[in-house]
Ligand binder design. Structure first.
Ligand code: NAD
Length: 287
């Protein structure tokens, strides 16, 4: 490693399990080195049972902060001194900052997605979007989109055991923002077609399209895709899901989940260092 560790070197970390596959250490250490910041980012195998101690160590070791993955993201909420508005509404923390012992929980997943839209020159502020799925990734995006000023979000989820709970959660987000958010049954294709026709963006925020569902698509009728619709997927393995491919073949602008991954890291980096991540240097690592 080129980075010269000194007595001043500070630590940022990822607390997650499983963890060895994570690209976050590469992203952050490359950015630290590129900008000459005396810091390192390490991955620690931390499950829910060790999370409180790990979070305490942010204060005890005067770390810059940490990132978390599921399910630590949800559990960490109760260990924070403060929460950002996005983290509070989402109910999950993916980034912790340490301001002289005061820990603030942020959620940069939604910010990451919103920023990734700039890569395809898509503007959705003041407009309507349709989201398929209502799990962790979807909720982070819905909250950030609502906070950023998206006017209306129609969410489509399968009618499973979580459906009523999701409805309550979305109503809560809607009441706390200026965005109208409604939940619909994913099997209602007529309603979906109408909402997509009124939307500037259609997003797949389910795991449908990646292993073991790599041959499946979250919608079946692709005639609802039009060339002036932006179509995004949170999935980045494969780089192009069948959903994105079908949308691209119908002329839509498309974007996979790599941008969301990259920019959620960039937002965390900027909170820790006060500096912009050098995207052009970091991007090739994950592509
Ligand atoms: P989750 O389990 O919290 O939610 C999954 C959602 O998908 C739920 O709404 C569920 O109802 C829906 N779903 C699952 N199987 C379905 C099916 N067969 N048909 C219809 N709907 C179905 O998961 P999550 O954490 O939100 O992750 C969802 C996807 O987002 C995963 O593919 C994950 O890899 C990806 N993700 C990407 C990023 C990124 O940075 N790009 C970040 C987080 C998650």
């Amino acid at each position: 490693m080129e980075n010269k560790i000194t007595g001043h070197t500070r630590l940022a970390a990822l607390f997650a399990t499983p963890i060895r596959h994570s690209v976050s250490p590469m992203i952050h250490n490359t950015a630290f080195q590129a900008l000459g910041i005396d810091a390192v980012y390490l991955a620690f195998e931390v499950g829910t049972e060790g999370l409180k101690q790990a979070i305490d160590s942010i204060k005890n070791l005067d770390m810059m902060g940490a990132n978390l993955s599921m399910p630590n993201k949800i559990l960490a909420v109760e260990y924070m001194d403060e929460l950002s508005e996005a983290a509070r509404l989402i109910g999950a923390v993916n980034t912790i900052t340490n301001d002289q012992g005061k820990l603030t929980g942020h959620n940069t997943d939604g910010t990451g997605f919103m920023r990734s839209l700039q890569d395809i020159q898509v503007e959705i502020i003041g407009k309507k979007m349709t989201v398929i799925g209502a799990g962790g990734a979807a909720t982070a995006i819905i909250v950030q989109a609502a906070l950023d000023g998206v006017k209306e979000i129609t969410v489509y989820n399968r009618k499973d055991d979580f459906y009523d709970k999701i409805k309550e959660k979305l109503a809560y987000i809607s009441e706390n923002t200026t965005c109208t958010i409604t939940l619909n049954d994913l099997s209602d294709e007529t309603s979906l077609a109408k909402d997509v026709a009124e939307s500037a963006l259609l997003l797949n925020a389910t795991g449908v399209g990646m292993k073991p569902l790599q041959d499946q698509t979250p919608i079946q009728d692709f005639s609802i895709i039009r060339p002036d619709l932006a179509v995004c997927d949170v999935i980045y393995t494969p780089r192009e899901t069948e959903f994105l491919k079908q949308a691209r073949l119908r002329g839509a602008k498309t974007k996979n989940g790599l941008g969301m991954l990259l920019y959620q890291g960039a937002a965390a980096f900027e909170k820790w260092t006060g500096q912009e991540m050098p995207i052009e240097i970091v991007k090739p690592i994950i592509e």
